[in-house]
Design a binder for this molecule. Sequence first.
Ligand code: UDP
Ligand code: MG
Length: 313
Amino acid sequence: MPPEKISVVIPVYNEEKSIPELYYELSSVLETLGKPYEIIFVDDGSTDNSFALMDDIHSRNKNIKIIRFRRNFGQSSAILAGFDHAEGDVIITMDADLQNDPTDIPRLLNKINEGYDVVSGWRADRKDPFLSKKLPSKLSNWLARKLTGVNIHDFGCTLKAYRGRTLRNIELYGEMHRYIPALIVRKGFRVTEIKVNHNPRKFGETKYGTLRLFHGFLDLINIRFWNQYSERPLHLFGTIGLMQFLLGFLIGLYLLIVKFVYYQSIAERPLLLLAVLLIILGIQFIIFGFMSDILVKLYYTGRKSYEIERYIT
Ligand code: UDP
Ligand code: MG
């Protein structure tokens, strides 16, 4: 068997000051592993000198690949492009800003060789501002564990290692790169984590503001929905719809009794309004469920809703 190849995927957006040091540290670590490797820099539409620097490195080391985007498409798209072009049996992602430490890579690889499909880095001693980064991250990681059922501490850490097969057909867009483990676990792969080093940002500045807290929350709900109901949206919308309809129906029944058994007027009762509202909403939810079902059928046309580990004939 040929020795396994390592691919390192690095999204780069205006990180000119970090690139030389990053390359030096990373390539030293990869060379000592003695395995074939490639570093895939994905230039996510940088407007500074990043591309020229990477191009220079490329001319000196044949293990370097560069993917240059026409404009800034975001970190998720950059990582996805890296995955699409990675040839490695193991694929590692890391940030370009020197906040992740390449010397953690051998330990990530050891865990992969223990049989895990994904090894996530955990920045246990994270060197970022408390209020703008660490506190929000604690909250969103807690919520992410609850909603995805994946028990890792640090979804947001880019330093992660993947068995190549886990990333087949993965769908990354928006800011979903943070939840790749959750997307993978859904297919039945094994995830673990190890503590990794973290450095303060030395050069440049963070590309994310505080709005990402809201974005992250919505992404999480989306993943939860997708993991649980993507193949049967009718069950979600239909159940809510049926409950509303039933409640409205019962209230309506009660009002009918009030009117026809007790001969009281029901025209000015707020309950009447509620009953009508619930029945209409209920029916709409159910119809919405059917519509979603049609969309899902279209979505899965030509796609598989399962993942095969082995095929024995
Ligand atoms: N990045 C990118 N495209 C973007 C934003 C960020 O490729 O639109 C890269 C960035 O260059 C860095 C990594 O993604 O290598 C993480 O970004 P950043 O360090 O700003 O995030 P933080 O560490 O503050 O969470
Ligand atoms: Mg950073």
